[in-house]
Design a protein around this ligand. Sequence first.
Ligand SMILES: [Zn+2]
Length: 204
Amino acid sequence: MSETTYHYPQKMGRIILLGMEEVIGKGGKDAILSFAKLGDLTSSAANERTFSFETVSKLQQALEQLYGPRGGRGLALRTGRACFKYGIKEYGSMLGLTEMAFRLLPLPTKLHTGARSFADLFNKHTDQRVRVEETDTHILWHIERCPLCWERKAEEPVCHLAVGLLQEALYWLSGGKVFSVEETACHARGDACCTITIQKTPLT
Ligand SMILES: [Zn+2]
């Protein structure tokens, strides 16, 4: 048995499954669950922190195994984007990101504040740890304890869901602009943590 003791709340696990279902359909999601030998994942109450990092990681791995590395990557990115939409419904008002006062802030302020409150959400409500570092040109989203690649080894970064999630967060935050978002370090590859590097200036 694994000694995993880190978890997401059930609510967040459900958001991942919903996002996955939106992208690959219910049949696809069920195939992933059975391939990864994951049974009923959503039995306990929404706020309980019982959705294990091991499960989150297995879901990602199963996507790659069933759809191939490239196909799985694309689907994980899209799953991440879908997760943001469900996540903002669930957590948006708590984070203060859906209030008009926030919406009216200039983009650099929104990026700065948004990154911090989004990181706080993970740090306070999950066992995932995120540290935000900012330079003049970039935001570095360091996932210091990452569920996506939990106990995995890989040649390339594999936390694509986080990339998709942040892409969609930035799109939403900026009112429809597209940003360069890339995973530049990954724990699964032997890096100290998983780092998603975001260019502060939008591409479009
Ligand atoms: Zn990772």
